[in-house]
Design a protein around this ligand. Structure first.
Ligand code: SF4
Ligand code: SF4
Length: 153
């Protein structure tokens, strides 16, 4: 008896699946599968793809090297390497040498962005991160020759 019940159940399930297949066969415009990468998806503004350090047109940023983002990161995805710059008055001033970001470890939790007192970093919407060499996922976020914007403390 159970065997017959199973057979009917399987046939019913098959019919339901075939009904859906036929529905899309006669209405191809209803298909919602995206033909990626030929069709690129529309990314929401608040999508969290990766952490970036924002630079302006003068190659300046708002990172003071305070390391608040590094301390806020729960899994050590950020390492701030600092140096001392000499100001025109001859004073030593802390600055970032390298802003190291491990994209391969980042969980996109946004805690570093929230911790930053100068809004120097944000989450970018980049989402294609596949690489053949995982070393490429460890990034230096400060541009070559960039410096902190004057007035940012
Ligand atoms: S988004 Fe989260 S996991 Fe990624 S670097 Fe920032 S704090 Fe760390
Ligand atoms: S990005 Fe913000 S929190 Fe991180 S070191 Fe720079 S100023 Fe500090």
């Amino acid at each position: 008896m159970n065997y017959i019940k199973d057979v009917f159940g399987a046939v019913k399930s098959l019919a339901i699946g075939m009904r859906r297949t036929l529905f899309y066969f006669v209405r191809p415009k209803e298909i919602i599968t995206q033909q990626y990468p030929d069709e690129m998806p529309v990314i929401a503004e608040r999508f969290r793809g990766e952490v970036v350090l924002m630079h302006d047109e003068n190659n300046e940023h708002a990172c003071t090297g305070c390391t608040a983002c590094e301390l806020a990161c729960p899994n050590g995805s950020i390492k701030i390497v600092t140096k001392f710059d000499i100001s025109p008055e001859g004073k030593k001033k802390k600055a970032i040498d390298t802003f190291v970001y491990h994209l391969e470890m980042c969980t996109m939790c946004n805690l570093c962005v929230e911790a930053c007192p100068t809004s120097a970093i944000k989450m970018d919407t980049a989402y294609e991160h596949s690489v053949f060499d995982r070393n490429k996922l460890t990034k230096k976020l400060n541009n070559e020759g960039s410096k902190v914007r004057s007035g940012v403390e």
